[in-house]
Design a protein around this ligand. Sequence first.
Ligand SMILES: CC(C)(COP(=O)(O)OP(=O)(O)OC[C@H]1O[C@@H](n2cnc3c(N)ncnc32)[C@H](O)[C@@H]1OP(=O)(O)O)[C@@H](O)C(=O)NCCC(=O)NCCS
Length: 351
Amino acid sequence: MGDIRALERADLPAVMALLREGLPGFPLDEEGLAAAALEDPWRDEELPSLVATESGRVVGFIRSQARPMLFDGRAVRGVCLSDLVVSPGHRRGAAGAMLLGRLLKGPQDVSWSDSATDFVVRAWRTFGGHVDHARAADFMLVLRPLRWIAAIAAARVRGRDVGRALMPVGALPAHAAGPRISGHRAPEQEPGVSGEDAGPAAIAAALPAIRGRVRLMVDWDEPQLAATLRRIEALGGDLIVRLVRRGEAPIGWYACLSRRGGAARVLHLAADERAVGAVFSDLVAAAAAAGATVLTGRAEPHLERPLRERLAAVGFAWRPVIRARDPELASALATGASLLTRLDGELSRVH
Ligand SMILES: CC(C)(COP(=O)(O)OP(=O)(O)OC[C@H]1O[C@@H](n2cnc3c(N)ncnc32)[C@H](O)[C@@H]1OP(=O)(O)O)[C@@H](O)C(=O)NCCC(=O)NCCS
């Protein structure tokens, strides 16, 4: 029987080999993994990334990202778990379940993972977790219908799969037919609302004003925002980060990764329910201005209204899992008064 212990720097080459083999497309290199797992500003010694070893050799890994959160103004501990992998020669020996179980038995109030396989869902259920149905779907808004259809046709003519970049959601977007056919006009931006490109310092300074009636959210600060946004930029694409104001007062912010001629993927949109529509309108305009054909992202509970107003196409995508100990926190998580976004999460596969 092997051992489970905290990840150390010397383990990184063996862990990278496991990740490349077990999770094809894993986007971080060794330095990126060191930054994310060992040098993160929020690293928590009680919730480290773990390795499973057999005769001293690394045979399994799970990544843990501590996320300090606020729930009704009080500090609670969150942790995002991701990148669970066991070497093929050591599977079905319970290493996977033990790695996950060790972290799920930790001191945190809420744990989540953004994308789960069938095994992962079964394992989370064993430890009191479940599929996070409130965040199990993605949305799609076609910004340039003619270009979008032409790109799909071109891919098919060349015998290529359409892929997630063009068709992030398996549903037909009625809004793309335009208001004359759909009978539906997208809302206009409210007067007095303006957006501006912003860096981590400006966003961190605006957060107390933005929080408003949001009950549960990750307690982002400037160093963690700076580190996380740098990490995302390294994955490629144009990162759009904007602060939105009504008059002078900040009402929300968002981060979105855009590919000219492809999809703009929303990673985070923070605003309370009175402001979310205006912030979303700024996002749609910014994604269109950046040349994206499609705007996509997770259809999180707080985005329901702006998505409904635009007849967004919504379909199942990644399968997130979640576990909260406190029943009140668990019920708040399923409502639009909670923010739990892709930026708050694993960020391994953002495209
Ligand atoms: C997913 C993964 C980490 C599981 O690792 P693992 O060490 O094989 O996991 P476990 O041994 O704990 O459990 C695997 C299965 O074997 C079963 N099992 C465990 N011990 C067993 C034993 N002694 N004899 C027979 N079966 C056993 C478990 O019940 C489980 O079955 P289930 O899927 O029906 O629940 C591994 O398959 C992997 O690395 N896959 C590729 C990467 C991946 O998909 N990661 C998850 C997404 S992030």
